[in-house]
Design a protein around this ligand. Structure first.
Ligand code: SF4
Length: 393
C-alpha cells in the first residue's frame, strides 16, 4: 500500500513524519509523493499559529476531491452487510492540530478517517489496519509518553544530516504558546537512547545532526541505579554526543534564554563539533510584555546573555519575535526593534501574534489591530533584511 505524508510546521514535525514513514516502510508499505496514487494520506499538522492551522485545513479540504473518486465496496453474508474500505483512500489528521481540534474536525470533515495526537504516532500503522478491516473512524489524542520504538527505523529523508529528538512536550507555559497543551508536559528521552540514535545515523553515513527539544536547556535526565543517583543535563548530553566517533557537526534548537547557561557557551567555544550558532528567541524587547508572556527574563537579562555568548563563543545568532501581543504599545514595539538593532541577528523569524486556544494570553484579548500588526511586522522584516544582508557581504 502506498502512503503519502504531508508535513506542516517545525523540525520536530519533520522528524516525526520521518520516523512515521520509517515505521510504515519497515512494515512493507511504500512511500509516495503522488496524492492520486496514495491509498493512505496523512497530514502532520502544526497549531503554533492560526496561519499554520489554516494551511493544513485548506490542504485537508482539497483532499475531498481526491477521495471522492473512490468507492466503498460492499460485501454481504447471510447475517449482515459488511463495509470494507480496502480500496478507498484513508485520510488521517495527525500531530498538534489533531490534539488541539481533532474532535471538532472529525465531526466536520466527512472524508477524515483518523485523528491522532503527537503522543500516539507509533500506533498509526495499527490503526490503519483496523480502519481497512473494520471500516471504522478512529481518534486517539491521549497524552502519554511516546514509546522509544517510534524512533527505531533507519529510514532518513536526508542523506547528509538528521534530526534527533531529545525531549517532547514542554512545561514552560509561555502565555501565548499552545505547545504544552498539544504536545503535553516535558518528557525526556534517555541519554543512552539518544546516543544510540546518533550512532545509528553515523553508521548510515550521516555526520551532521541537530538535537531537537522545545527548550533543550530543560533537559535534566535523572536516573538511579543501585542507589547511585545521576543527573545528565543538556551540556552533559552535548558532551556525550560530541564523543560519538565519526560525527562531525552538532547543532541544537531551541534554547530558552531563561536557562541558557555559561557552561553551554564554554562547551560551544571548546568543541570543534558543535556549530557556533545559537537560536535564542527573545520574542519581545519590552519587560512588561515579557512578563505578560511569562518568559522569565528581562530585556537586560537577554542582552547580557547575548554579550556573554558573543564574548565566549563568538558565533552567530538567530531569534524569534512576536509583534502585536495583546496590549503591545508603540513604546513596547520600539523596545523590540531596539533589540534587533543591537544584537544584529544573522536571521530572525518575525511573527504576528495570533491567539491560541487554551492559552493564558488568549484571555487578554487581541487588541492590536490587524493593520498595526502588519505595520510592525513589515518594519521589523525590513530592518532584519538589511541586517542579514550586511552580514552576508
Ligand atoms: S518554551 Fe515557551 S514558547 Fe517554547 S514551546 Fe515551551 S511554552 Fe512554547
Amino acid at each position: 500500500m502506498k502512503v503519502y505524508i504531508k508535513s506542516f510546521g517545525c523540525q520536530m514535525n519533520d522528524r516525526d513524519s520521518e520516523a512515521l514513514a520509517g515505521l510504515f516502510l519497515d512494515k512493507g508499505y511504500i512511500l509516495t509523493d503522488n496524492l492520486e496514487e496514495a491509498e493512505i494520506i496523512l497530514v502532520n499538522t502544526c497549531s503554533v499559529r492560526e496561519h499554520a492551522e489554516n494551511r493544513a485545513l485548506s490542504f485537508l479540504g482539497t483532499l475531498r476531491k481526491v477521495t471522492k473518486s473512490q468507492s466503498y465496496k460492499v460485501t454481504s453474508n447471510r447475517r449482515n452487510t459488511q463495509y470494507a474500505i480496502h480500496d478507498t483512500k484513508i485520510v488521517g489528521l495527525i500531530g498538534c492540530m489533531a490534539k488541539n481540534r481533532g474532535e471538532e474536525l472529525l465531526k466536520k470533515i466527512s472524508h477524515l478517517d483518523l485523528v491522532i495526537g503527537p503522543a500516539n504516532f507509533d500506533k498509526i500503522p495499527y490503526y490503519i489496519e483496523k480502519i481497512r478491516k473494520e471500516g471504522v473512524r478512529i481518534i486517539d489524542i491521549e497524552d502519554k509518553e511516546r514509546k522509544e520504538d517510534f524512533y527505531s527505523s533507519s529510514f532518513r529523508f536526508q542523506k547528509d544530516y538528521a534530526y534527533v529528538v531529545i525531549s517532547t512536550g514542554c512545561s514552560n507555559f509561555c502565555s501565548y504558546c499552545v505547545v504544552p497543551y498539544v504536545r503535553g508536559e516535558l518528557r525526556l528521552r534517555k541519554p543512552s537512547d539518544i546516543i544510540r540514535e546518533v550512532e545509528r545515523n553515523v553508521k548510515l553515513g550521516i555526520k551532521k545532526i541537530t538535537l531537537l527539544g522545545q527548550n533543550v536547556n530543560d533537559y535534566q535526565y535523572k536516573s538511579s541505579v543501585g542507589g547511585y543517583r545521576s543527573l545528565v543535563n543538556f551540556v552533559d548530553l552535548l558532551r556525550m554526543v560530541g564523543e560519538v566517533e565519526g560525527l562531525e557537526e552538532i547543532d541544537f534548537v531551541t534554547s530558552h534564554p531563561k536557562n541558557t547557561s555559561p557552561e553551554l557557551f564554554e562547551l560551544m567555544a571548546k568543541s570543534n563539533k558543535i556549530k557556533k550558532h545559537l537560536h535564542l528567541p527573545f520574542q519581545s524587547g519590552s519587560d512588561r510584555i515579557l512578563r505578560l508572556m511569562n518568559r522569565g527574563y528581562t530585556k537586560n537579562d537577554y542582552l547580557k546573555l547575548v554579550s556573554s555568548y558573543k564574548e565566549v563563543v563568538g558565533g552567530t545568532l538567530s531569534t524569534d519575535v512576536i509583534v502585536g501581543f495583546p496590549t503591545e504599545t508603540e513604546e513596547d514595539f520600539l523596545q523590540t526593534k531596539e533589540v534587533l538593532e543591537k544584537v544584529r541577528f544573522k536571521y530572525a523569524y518575525i511573527f504576528k501574534y495570533s491567539p491560541r486556544p487554551r492559552t493564558k494570553a488568549q484571555l487578554l484579548g487581541d487588541d492590536v489591530e490587524k493593520r498595526e500588526k502588519e505595520r510592525r511586522h513589515r518594519i521589523l522584516l525590513e530592518l532584519q533584511k538589511k541586517i542579514s544582508l550586511s552580514q552576508d557581504s
